[in-house]
Design a protein around this ligand. Structure first.
Ligand SMILES: [Zn+2]
Length: 298
């Protein structure tokens, strides 16, 4: 039994150049009635203010990779985001026994992923929330990447019941776009309504399973002998997030115009295709597999 939800945190700007979450948090700070529900407290936080002031993803390290327990407890990690992660752990956690029950972390992507609900747990409360939102917003995609909460390095893993990321795109870094803003706003309203209905014992009619995509691996951009990028996402693949990539389908186009194909033996699906934030690591896309996500009983 999960028990009731008492404290919910909405975080924005974990990546400082993803302005949708930043401005939603600012908006709700002035209009808290939109995010308040009778049965729990909602708190709002800007997760990475320094990076946000510079409209950069991060200052020293990606903040959304700093939250596994070992790193939080490692005093040698003193980069800006590593310190910020420790502050957020003190504010929302501590990770081993968190004060906050659930964290909604708001992100955007330059990839054509539409509304993606990223769930890092098979916990029925979290999976149920994703199913609830997808019922209300059928265009949403469930992005399933289950991991152990204590080892997970995402900000959402500070929540007692984990939480999830709302990841909307395509939108360039450093931009606002009303449709993206409005869709993210709508998804958060559904998320809070779901928690309110659960807390107050209302019967929520949800399916026992839904289709989604499970993360398999990141795929590197082709590199030359000195580690330089030698190819880009193939034009046939651009914007084709969550569509099938079959053996022999084009993946990359070299600088000279030669096609590089997918040499795997099974069909996969792309996500984060040509995500700008991953160029620092020379990552071109993620491979996903289609999965059936089950909603188990509490
Ligand atoms: Zn992000």
């Amino acid at each position: 039994m999960i028990g009731s939800i008492k404290n919910v945190a909405i975080t924005g700007g974990t990546h400082g150049n993803e302005l949708t979450g930043v401005h939603l948090v600012k908006h709700w700070s002035k209009s808290p009635e939109e995010v308040s529900r009778g049965s729990f407290e909602t708190e709002l936080h800007l997760a990475n203010p320094k990076a946000n002031a510079e409209v950069r993803r991060y200052i020293d390290h990606d903040l959304n990779r700093q939250f596994n327990l070992k790193d939080l407890n490692n005093p040698d990690l003193q980069g800006y985001e590593q310190q910020q992660a420790k502050s957020l752990n003190a504010l929302l956690g501590p990770k081993e026994e968190p004060r906050v029950d659930f964290i909604l972390d708001l992100h955007t992507t330059t990839a054509n992923m539409g509304m993606s609900l990223i769930i890092n747990t098979d916990d029925p409360l979290v999976v149920g929330m994703a199913f609830y939102i997808k019922q209300k917003m059928p265009q949403a995609t469930l992005f399933f990447n289950p991991s152990d909460r204590i080892k997970d390095n995402f900000l959402t893993s500070l929540g007692r019941l984990n939480g999830f990321l709302i990841e909307v795109g395509p939108i360039a870094q450093g931009l606002l776009n009303y449709q993206v803003y409005k869709d993210t706003h709508t998804a958060v309203m559904h998320a809070l309504d779901y928690l309110e209905q659960r807390n107050t014992g209302q019967v929520i009619d949800l399916p026992t399973q839904m289709d989604g995509y499970q993360f398999m691996e990141k795929v590197a951009l082709p590199e030359g002998s000195e580690g330089e990028i030698t190819a880009m996402i193939h034009p046939n693949l651009q914007n084709k997030d969550y569509q099938a990539i079959k053996p022999g389908d084009p993946l990359f186009m070299t600088l000279g115009g030669e096609t590089i194909v997918y040499e795997g033996t099974s069909t996969v699906y792309g996500a984060f295709i040509n995500e700008a934030a991953y160029y620092d690591q020379h990552v071109g896309l993620s491979f996903m597999e289609k999965v059936n996500i089950k909603l188990t009983d509490d």
